[in-house]
Design a binder for this molecule. Structure first.
Ligand SMILES: [Zn+2]
Length: 290
């Protein structure tokens, strides 16, 4: 099962307690599946989608009559549900189209959940960070962006064929969206992958950093050895203090050792900067030729 399916399974099972939230979610489920119109007719190939719409409709409008229609419900495909009474049809439709639906934070969460269930998807975080909800109208896409914004989540819109796609690319914002829609299990799974990925990136960054440092050390050693070879040909070299000549000899003899290690081989021992200072005196002799 894809990650997107897992998220949806979790969200399909979530039924809000409050009537206002259920109205909001049902409104988004119908609107984003292109079915918020008169007469109300809910149709879907997806059993979970149909059952969720049915459950919300039944609980929200307290319509027992649908129970009978539900008998054969899970068997036929596409799953279909019609509200036969015209007056009831109008009543439900106007309740679902009410603009005051989205005033509460809880209802905005429910609406985003409904929109995602009807027209959304989210990539497996192992692959890439991508979350999207496809809207048919620019107005719908803008509404979703505003709703995300009310939870401090930055969503963007891009055109795809005849639709407007609301998308989120940032891992942290996707986690926030899963939280807003109330999918804690899927959220944890996403976070686990994200933490591992971040750790890997950090390790890689560190390895690269250390490799760069090793490179620096090597190129410094190459430069020092070249300087010594050149300086040895000069008469001034012989006039240098014994300690400096010792440093030169050690550097040539042990090209792979660090300055600290070379310093420890001196008699008496000398620190890294002391050893470096001795090599500096040789480098100064031939600086122009390096
Ligand atoms: Zn609510």
């Amino acid at each position: 099962m894809s990650y997107s399916h897992k998220v949806k399974e979790e969200l399909y099972r979530h039924i809000d307690e409050a009537r206002h939230c259920r109205l909001s979610e049902l409104s988004a489920l119908l609107r984003f599946s292109g079915q918020l119109k008169l007469p109300l007719r809910i149709e879907s190939d997806n059993r979970m989608f149909a059952i969720k719409c049915f459950t919300l409709l039944q609980k929200t409008f307290n319509i027992q009559r649908y129970a009978a229609e539900r008998e054969g419900f899970p068997c036929e495909t596409p799953f279909r549900l019609e509200v036969s009474d015209p007056a009831e049809n109008e009543r439900i439709f106007s309740a679902l189209s009410n603009e005051l639906l989205l005033q509460r934070g809880c209802c905005r969460r429910a609406y985003l959940r409904g929109a995602f269930l009807a027209a959304g998807s989210v990539n497996d975080p192992q692959k890439s960070y991508h979350f999207e909800i496809v809207a048919q109208e620019a107005e719908e896409a803008e509404l979703l962006c505003k709703l995300f914004q009310s939870f401090s989540i930055e969503a963007r819109i891009t055109k795809r064929k005849n639709s407007e796609v609301v998308y989120i690319k940032d891992g942290e914002s996707i986690v926030d969206s899963l939280n807003v829609m109330q999918a804690p299990v899927a959220l944890m799974a996403f976070e686990n992958v994200r933490i591992l990925k971040d750790m890997k990136n950090n390790v890689n960054r560190r390895v690269n950093f250390e490799a760069a440092n090793i490179g620096k050390t090597v190129s410094a050693a190459v430069r020092q050895r070249k300087a010594i070879e050149l300086a040895k040909k000069l008469p001034e070299f012989e006039e240098l203090p014994e300690s400096v000549k010792e440093a030169a000899r050690l550097r040539l003899e042990f090209p792979d050792l660090s300055l600290k290690e070379l310093g420890e081989m001196c008699e008496p021992k000398v620190g890294k900067s002391g050893f470096n200072h001795r090599l500096r005196r040789i480098i100064e002799l031939v600086e122009d030729e390096l």
